[in-house]
Design a protein around this ligand. Structure first.
Ligand SMILES: [Fe+2]
Length: 547
């Protein structure tokens, strides 16, 4: 069965960002990509025209071959937790008609059945059906679904059952917007770290101490005994508002640390409650909040947690995939699979790449062994863009659209920041490490065994902190990606070639893009970014371009 997931339909008035499309064929994932990679608008909102076209092309089908179009939005959900604000009510009623109209239209145009599935269920499906677990607690945590910001499901024998949730607002919540994700967003706004700057807030938290009281702002004991109150945040700490481009003070760092502490405590409590209900020690996590690596690692430390699975597009970029998988399961296709890698976006062969390079009149050479020659450049201190294979899904570059450097070099992080990425100097860089060597450099990896999607932090062992300065954060932590040959052979070979030269099976890995733009998608994007920034070399397919 061919099932296309899209996370936005034409004409819908929705809050959804990170539009994306996914194609699942007979239960297997064929393609998934965010619209921003094609139209170059970060976190694009609106219908994902280009990613939709890409998914059909990758699957070798047309819209007429699609059996179901799965949309991660339930237009009737608001009837369960009605929000009586006029604006909200009007939007929900409008969307109900837009969804009904789209369903009729697709039936006529393509004979495809449109199905609507609730936002948090699709987050849950995107995690559980890719986890390889038979049984798991599934926690979904974000800014907002249709009516909730947290939900707990149990996954068992390829079926997902909703157990409880926390509504964002209801007739009884007194107008409070009870969203876990939006509390994090509000502190990010207070700190003036930019739209979608939540990752920066997490990075800043490592510089502070949790000295501020968040007990009446974000304090979740259980799913029905909690305080989530954004208004209190502004009342108590509004005076700490940082001016745009103003200095970051110790108070700002402490505020970030206090929020991070409150979030970790709340998520651990919710997870413990889930475990006490189900007795299951596997956890699947999804929703934008679960990109918070420090919280994930805090959960991993708990006795009641044996293992955690988070797919790389845990934010709204992954709900099109979740919708397609959930509908596949409903249609009877076998969907349970272990997602081993994130490479479901567009790929380009050497012939295509060489045409682009020669068409752009760029001087290039073909490498005999691209991994070996790139390793030589990196260990010489060059900053190299690495463009290989199919593009990653999700917000992290995982070794196919990456900028790489030697993390053992003093000052390399500043060079990457100043000449290429143009981001704040205090933000940490992450490493990719050969999976079998991860526990040599990092503490605590053993429990998880692998961290292929860069969604956990671990502490760099004391003896390596001064040897790996570029990837050791101020508190000694590091957000690692482990790599195996069967996940990404070329990238793994590169890491091992680096080890052959400098003795460390590890490379600094940051996304291939400049500040403010989405991760590179095509060879044309790669060339533009290469020449617009201070990158030293571009390893693209089997070709090397140097400045
Ligand atoms: Fe979400």
């Amino acid at each position: 069965m061919n099932i296309l997931g899209i996370n936005q339909i034409p004409g819908m008035l929705s809050w959804m960002h990170d539009s994306s499309s996914a194609l699942v064929k007979n239960g297997k994932i064929v393609a998934i990509a965010e619209e921003e990679r094609f139209n170059r608008v970060r976190h694009h909102r609106g219908y994902p025209h280009k990613s939709h076209a890409y998914c059909l092309k990758e699957g070798g089908i047309s819209l007429n071959d699609v059996d179901y179009i799965a949309v991660p939005y339930n237009p009737y959900a608001f009837l369960k937790h009605p929000n009586l604000r006029l604006e909200s009510l009007a939007r929900n009623v409008f969307n109900m008609f837009a969804c009904w109209h789209y369903k009729q239209q697709m039936k006529k145009q393509a004979n495809a059945e449109v199905v609507y599935i609730s936002h948090h269920l699709t987050h849950a499906a995107s995690a559980y059906y890719c986890s390889g677990y038979d049984k798991a607690n599934i926690l979904t945590i974000d800014g907002s679904g249709e009516t909730e910001s947290f939900a707990f499901f149990v996954g068992e024998n390829e079926k997902i059952r909703r157990v409880w949730d926390i509504p964002i607002a209801s007739f009884f919540s007194g107008g409070k917007w009870q969203s876990i994700g939006l509390i994090y967003t509000s502190v990010t706004s207070l700190l003036n770290l930019g739209v979608n700057g939540e990752g920066k807030t997490m990075g800043l938290a490592s510089y502070g101490k949790p000295e501020y009281d968040f007990s009446d702002i974000l304090n979740i004991r259980t799913h029905n005994d909690f305080t989530i109150d954004r208004r209190k945040l502004l009342e108590k700490y509004g005076h700490l508002q940082r001016k745009e481009n103003g200095p970051i003070t110790q108070e700002h760092k402490n505020l970030a640390a206090s929020l991070q502490h409150a979030l970790e405590k709340s998520v651990v409590n919710l997870a413990k409650e889930a475990f006490e209900y189900s007795g299951i020690k596997n956890f699947c996590l999804a929703g934008g909040v679960t990109l918070n690596c420090n919280t994930n690692s805090e959960l991993l430390k708990q006795d009641f947690c044996d293992s955690i699975f988070i797919q790389p597009a845990a934010n709204d970029g992954g709900i099109a995939l979740g919708a397609a998988l959930e509908q596949s399961e409903r249609a009877g296709d076998p969907v349970g699979q272990k997602l081993e890698n994130a490479y479901f976006g567009p790929g380009f062969d050497n012939k295509y790449i060489e045409n682009v390079l020669s068409g752009a009149k760029v001087k290039y050479r073909r490498a005999k062994n691209i991994a070996q020659e790139t390793a030589q450049l990196i260990t010489q201190g060059k900053i190299v863009a690495w463009f290989q294979g199919r593009m990653e899904m999700g917000p992290r570059a995982l070794g196919n659209r990456s900028i790489l450097a030697d993390p053992t070099r003093e000052g390399i992080a500043d060079s990457v920041n100043n000449s290429v990425k143009h981001r704040e100097a205090w933000r940490p860089f992450a490493p990719s490490v050969a999976e079998e060597d991860a526990s040599k450099y990092f503490q605590g990896v053993e429990k998880l065994k692998s961290s292929p999607f860069m969604l956990h932090t671990f502490f760099v062992r004391d003896e390596y902190q001064s040897k790996l300065p570029a990837i050791t954060h101020v508190d000694g932590s590091s957000r690692i990606q482990t790599v195996r040959a069967d996940q990404n052979e070329k990238y793994y070979n590169l890491i091992k070639e680096i080890e052959n030269i400098n003795g460390y099976a590890i490379v600094l890995n940051t996304s291939f893009n400049d500040k403010g733009e989405p991760i590179i998608c095509t060879p044309q994007d790669a060339l533009r970014c290469f020449f617009a920034t201070g990158l030293d070399a571009l390893a693209i397919g089997d070709f090397i371009v140097e400045k």
